[in-house]
Design a protein around this ligand. Structure first.
Ligand SMILES: Cc1cc2nc3c(=O)[nH]c(=O)nc-3n(C[C@H](O)[C@H](O)[C@H](O)COP(=O)(O)OP(=O)(O)OC[C@H]3O[C@@H](n4cnc5c(N)ncnc54)[C@H](O)[C@@H]3O)c2cc1C
Length: 460
């Protein structure tokens, strides 16, 4: 148990909490700990949660942590699925929810916003003023500004709006050493990328300046089925090779297309949005490419149907079932490797798999991202995953992820697509970046967080 009495003068007694309910919310409800918890296993939480009300209070908390050598776990919406927050029993979670102010600079199309602001709230308020961030991750309603930046989240509309890291123009950070950094996007020696996707390893993000766009004038969608997944992939690749950059292009294998287009062997959906004049050409070009590659147009109702279900989280509900686990792995690949990565994962012999499907998303002129969903049944007699033993289940989960990650890496892909690295993908990440890069990351950690207090044991 950590002595938090010295935190009280910094934030006020109401903002240091140690009750069981608050502590239980220092663990992601979507990550592997929840599997253990649902099976009656004790899950490690932090020993207190502190809620700073200003960047100065964040700095004072970090100074206290350095003096007392207390691990700190920055938390946002806790929607990570890879144990990006892995609380230690002697650690304190630092929840940024009270850093929720924001200001709009309409002339420059920028919004400066506190790290604790809920992403959905910000987007909805911006929409009322005819602006958008353009970032709609599936977890849209769960995540916060700080968490979205710290994981470099990506939304469905990445073709037009990029990913969260692409819209960050500036940031205030309190490093693990307690120093304030005011970071701005610059042409050279830009330090912003070090903090984008760094999963709270180097500092606590307090404020960010994000690029916004006017709400689009028009939106239009199209859907095509293809004879094979390879043809659908070719269509996506050829679309992004041209000047046609639809807002969204997604390719589904037959299993993932089934809820929207039950007969399809492969499905491609695309949407365009923006100013009518500019978007008409993009729509026509993408449409023509799909036809050239042999696609058959189906009702654009399929796009609406997919979008209306986009933010459903039922694919993770298997984790609520004592005998099932759901695994999501994402992989980025260049176009030259996209098909090979899918084949490598598809041909893996994974134990007790009851469902698997994949979709290809976030295309660019150079490559795209696979999302692999795998659900395993764990109650068969010869299962290596013994549901009565959560530890064995945890190991099996890790082994399955390692298996898939190795296949991705061997086929030339990268496991750093989205959803983060956390503890879950840490060893796969080490394999991907190799010893030299791992050593450099460790040196950077030593500079920004010399006492290794921020999220120890995660990522680096
Ligand atoms: C159902 C579901 C669907 C999802 N869909 C997507 C998707 O479409 N795209 C996608 O990219 N991700 C997706 N995710 C993953 C997750 O939502 C994202 O990684 C999200 O950005 C995490 O934000 P959060 O606020 O919940 O952060 P948390 O989970 O609270 O934290 C994530 C990491 O960021 C760090 N962190 C949080 N705040 C700060 C801060 N202020 N300063 C420094 N570090 C901080 C934490 O320490 C941790 O390492 C999904 C998750 C779920 C459960």
């Amino acid at each position: 148990m950590v002595d938090t009495t010295r935190l009280v003068p910094i934030v006020g007694s109401a903002n240091v909490r140690t009750d069981a309910d608050t502590l239980s919310r220092t663990v992601s409800a979507w990550a592997i700990p929840v599997i253990k918890q649902r099976q009656g296993n004790i899950v490690t939480t932090a020993s207190a949660v502190v809620y700073p009300g200003s960047p100065d209070e964040v700095a004072a908390i970090v100074a206290w942590a350095n003096e007392t050598k207390t691990p700190l776990h920055p938390v946002g919406g806790l929607s990570n699925t890879v144990e990006s927050v892995a609380p230690t029993p002697n650690g304190v979670a630092i929840d940024l929810a009270r850093l929720n102010a924001w200001t709009l600079d309409e002339e420059s199309l920028l919004v400066t916003v506190g790290a604790g602001v809920r992403w959905a709230e910000l987007e909805e308020t911006l929409n009322q003023q005819a602006y958008t961030l353009g970032q709609v991750p599936r977890s849209f309603k769960l995540l916060t500004v700080g968490g979205a930046i710290a994981t470099n989240a990506v939304g469905a509309l990445s073709g037009r709006y990029g990913r969260v890291g692409d819209i960050v123009q500036g940031m205030e950070v309190v490093t693990g050493a307690g120093e304030f950094l005011q970071l701005r996007k610059t042409a050279n020696f830009d330090m912003l990328p070090l903090f984008i996707g760094s999963e709270g390893q180097f500092g606590v993000i307090t404020t960010a300046t994000l690029r916004i766009r006017p709400l689009p004038e028009v939106q239009a969608g199209m859907a095509f089925t293809f004879r094979t997944i390879e043809d659908a992939i070719d269509a996506a690749r050829l679309i992004y090779r041209t000047d046609s950059r639809p807002t969204l292009v997604r390719v589904f294998d037959s299993e993932s297309a089934a809820p929207f287009s039950p007969q399809a062997k492969a499905l491609l959906i695309a949407t365009v949005e923006g100013q009518e004049l500019a978007q008409t050409g993009i729509y026509q070009l993408a449409h023509a490419i799909c036809q050239t590659v042999g696609g058959t147009e189906v009702s654009s109702f399929v796009v609406d149907s997919w979008y209306s279900r986009w933010q459903e989280t039922d694919f993770l509900s298997a984790n609520a079932h004592p005998n099932r686990i759901a695994i999501i792995v994402t992989a980025e690949a260049t176009w030259a490797n996209v098909k090979g990565v899918e084949q490598a994962v598809r041909s893996l012999m994974l134990p007790n798999v009851v469902q698997r499907h994949a979709n290809l998303c976030h295309p660019s002129p150079n490559g795209a991202t696979w999302e692999f969903f795998i659900e395993a049944q764990t109650n068969s007699i010869d299962s290596p995953i013994n549901s009565i033993n959560p530890q064995a289940m945890y190991i099996a989960y890790q082994e399955t992820i390692t298996h898939i990650s190795n296949a991705i890496l061997q086929a030339g892909g990268s496991i750093t697509a989205h959803y983060g690295i956390g503890k879950t993908l840490q060893s796969a990440m080490k394999a991907e970046r190799g010893a030299a890069q791992t050593a450099i990351w460790k040196s950077m950690k030593a500079v920004f967080d010399p006492n290794n207090l921020l999220n120890p044991g995660v990522f680096v």
